[in-house]
Ligand binder design. Structure first.
Ligand code: GLV
Ligand code: MN
Ligand code: MN
Length: 413
């Protein structure tokens, strides 16, 4: 093993080192899609940081990057694993993903400085395409690793420019023939703990810096396509139109209204593409993406059904027709209760909160005991350049993660 160099780093200091990577001058914030130059730069930076800490780094066949703190007398089995992701939504903030990765590096520093003698190995895992902002399907790395998605489906996913996952993976050092369930990787994980910026207002309202995650509400993504009649903007009389943009606009408003009538529901249309997309062209089709979330899986499904029925009616009134295609559905996930109980003992000040945001931890929870920690976000704003974490809270979060990892590493598997 490489000799360990003790660093004097902080979470804020490390985040500062990557603050210029993937900045989006157009949208503001960061755009760091999977298999992009910015994500590569972040991964190279992570590898260098991990190696500087004496961790043994490799990337597995699903593109998950691992950094191992091995123990001399234990094999990589039942390890304590932490980590998060480095990709971002378009125009996202600096903390969603990187905070968990950077806090893991700092937690290793804190544990090493404290002279912790681990009984079990620890690994930091960095998962690719957590946001699904390139291929539409979130948490691709963890879904592939756990065998929760068909590898053929993934190989054939296309990005906005028509590139397949298979082609881009191959160009980025991940052989697409070998993506899929990885029992070897899975068997190494004894438990998984992901630290993440909170993406809501729970901690502000409770005036606490760190929370323990209890569950992730069910969520999914659906593509709606409204088909109409493409035509000339100047020569087509208003009464003669079958304009899918008008139908789509009415459907978007109806989606908002439908979700508002259901307590705890969230429904969003954040992406809309007219085809062909010309300012003097009545579109022939409008594609838009629906994101629906609710703590109850059945309510989520019922909301989507209601939205579809309303959309069909609206489309008919506008002389159009609508199609709905399910892209992903993630049922409500409850994190491991015994692990949560331990975290409550070790972090007695931390409240327990659920979240409406998806995470790789939610995917891994079906395979291994999993927990999450959330760090306060003073505005609650996320998936936006305004996402923020105060420096002191970031360090408190890393210290809480170090406490949890240290306790877990001290346990005999
Ligand atoms: C991921 O951040 C999601 O909840 O969409
Ligand atoms: Mn996110
Ligand atoms: Mn995230």
């Amino acid at each position: 093993m490489t000799e360990t160099v003790f660093t004097q780093d902080t979470v804020t200091g490390l985040l500062g080192q990557i603050a210029d990577t993937g900045r989006d001058s157009g949208r503001g914030g960061y755009t760091r899609p999977v298999f992009s130059r910015s994500e590569h730069e972040l991964l190279d930076w992570f590898v260098a940081q991990a190696q500087q800490r004496g961790l043994d780094v490799h990337t597995d066949r699903n593109g998950v990057t691992w950094a191992w703190w091995d123990t001399p007398d234990r094999t990589r089995h039942d390890a304590v694993v932490t980590g998060s992701h480095l990709d971002s939504v378009p125009g996202g903030g600096p903390f969603d993903g990187p905070l968990g990765v950077v806090s893991a590096l700092i937690a290793v520093d804190l544990l090493k400085a404290r002279g912790v003698v681990p009984h079990r190995p620890l690994a930091i895992a960095v998962f690719p395409e957590e946001e699904g902002s390139r291929f539409g399907r979130p948490c691709l790395g963890s879904l592939l690793m756990t065998g929760s998605i068909d590898p053929d489906t993934v190989r054939n996913l296309r990005d906005h420019d028509g590139n397949t996952f298979a082609d881009l993976a191959a160009a980025n050092g991940v052989d697409p023939r070998f993506v899929g369930r990885d029992d070897e990787a899975l068997s190494q994980i004894g438990m998984f703990v992901e630290l993440h910026v909170e993406q809501g207002r729970g901690l502000i309202d409770l005036d606490r810096p760190v929370a323990i995650g209890s569950s992730i509400v069910s969520h999914g993504r659906w593509k709606l396509s409204v088909h109409g009649q493409g035509n000339h903007a100047g020569t087509t009389l208003m009464l003669d139109r079958a304009d899918p943009m008008v139908a789509a606009a009415r459907v978007v408003v109806d989606i908002r209204d439908t979700a508002k009538r259901q307590s705890q529901a969230r429904a969003t249309v954040g992406k809309l593409q007219p085809v062909p997309g010309g300012s003097n062209v009545i579109a022939s089709r409008v594609d838009f993406w629906l994101d629906v979330r609710h703590p109850d899986d059945a309510v989520t499904a019922a909301l989507v059904e209601t939205i579809l029925q309303h959309a069909q009616q609206v489309a008919a009134e506008e002389g159009c027709r609508v199609e709905l295609h399910e892209e992903s559905v993630s049922p409500t996930v409850h994190f491991d209760k015994p692990l949560e109980k331990q975290l409550r003992q070790w972090l007695p000040e931390a409240p327990v909160l659920d979240t409406g945001a998806g995470h790789d931890a939610g995917v891994l929870a079906a395979s291994v005991p999993t927990a999450m920690l959330f760090v306060r976000n003073p505005s609650g704003i996320s998936h936006s350049p305004e996402e923020h974490v105060e420096d002191a809270d970031a360090e408190t979060g890393a210290a809480a993660l170090a406490k949890v990892l240290g306790e877990l590493m001290g346990q005999t598997p």
